[in-house]
Design a protein around this ligand. Structure first.
Ligand SMILES: Nc1ncnc2c1ncn2[C@@H]1O[C@H](COP(=O)(O)OP(=O)(O)OP(=O)(O)O)[C@@H](O)[C@H]1O
Length: 244
């Protein structure tokens, strides 16, 4: 058994090439996140939060360094390989909800399950109902996104992310498009699910009220970790950043 966390980044850098210019979005990030963490990645706009989440989510690969997700090294893997790892390991929640407008709440939650051939129709339906219940939306199963409030849409997105039984849920600014009270409700829901099912949650934010709810906060600035706030020791251990 490996002693690294469910997410393990070692000396990770990510460069984007924009015309003649190289943008160093992440610089030498070393980070280990244990299973069951409830972790915020905090930092100002452009600091590299989305880039970091995209690497953890296997949507992108690093320019340098090593990324291990659930013990699997993602470097040198084909996009097909990574999409398999993604589908079975990671759930995504976005600030813009990203629901299909023509599908009902239950059809949106069911959608990612359709790729799992081992799930029979009846099992799929049961699972959809179970997760709509967990997010408190059973009564709204037949509603389309435009018949739901922002907070309800984000609950559908959370149910959809959880229905595949992922080990990690990644949420990029999940409360950015919600008013404060609704955003806090979404964070509390995520925290309850984290406590109950021990799903690892990693979310980005620049909202200090959202950071306050996290067990641990990683602060990034200009692509580098500038502070690690470890409030719950057991849920996270950190390999300290080694300066060259
Ligand atoms: N596809 C891309 N091509 C070129 N540069 C990019 C690309 N994506 C991000 N960048 C640059 O990388 C840096 C980090 O961006 P990133 O989106 O990760 O920051 P962020 O902290 O998520 O910002 P925000 O809070 O505004 O979403 C920025 O300088 C950004 O302009």
């Amino acid at each position: 058994m490996s002693d690294t966390g469910i997410v393990h980044l070692e000396n990770v850098s990510k460069d984007y090439i924009l015309g003649e210019q190289k943008v160093q979005a992440l610089k030498d990030i070393t980070l280990d996140i244990a299973s069951g963490a409830f972790l915020a990645i905090a930092g100002p706009s452009g600091s590299g939060k989305s880039t970091l989440l995209n690497l953890i989510g296997c949507i992108d690969t690093p320019t340098a360094g090593k990324v291990l997700i659930n013990g699997q090294d993602i470097s040198g893997r084909t996009p097909d390989d990574l999409s398999g790892l993604r589908a079975r390991t990671i759930g995504f929640v976005f600030q813009t909800f990203n629901l299909f407008p023509v599908l009902s709440a239950e059809e949106n939650v069911e959608y990612p399950l359709l790729q799992f051939r081992e799930l029979k129709t009846a099992e799929r339906r049961i699972r959809v109902a179970e997760y709509l219940d967990i997010v408190g939306l059973s009564r709204f199963a037949r509603h389309r996104p435009n018949q739901l409030s922002g907070g309800q849409r984000q609950r559908v997105a959370i149910a959809r992310a959880l229905a595949t039984h992922p080990k990690i849920v990644l949420a990029d600014e999940p409360t950015a498009n919600l008013d404060h009270a609704t955003g806090e409700g979404i964070l509390e829901l995520m925290k309850n699910i984290n406590d109950k099912f021990e799903t690892t949650f990693i979310f980005s934010t620049h909202d200090s009220r959202v950071m306050a709810i996290a067990d641990n906060v990683i602060h990034i600035q200009d692509g580098q970790i500038v502070q690690r706030e470890i409030r719950k020791e057991k849920s996270m251990h950190v390999i300290e950043h080694r300066d060259r």
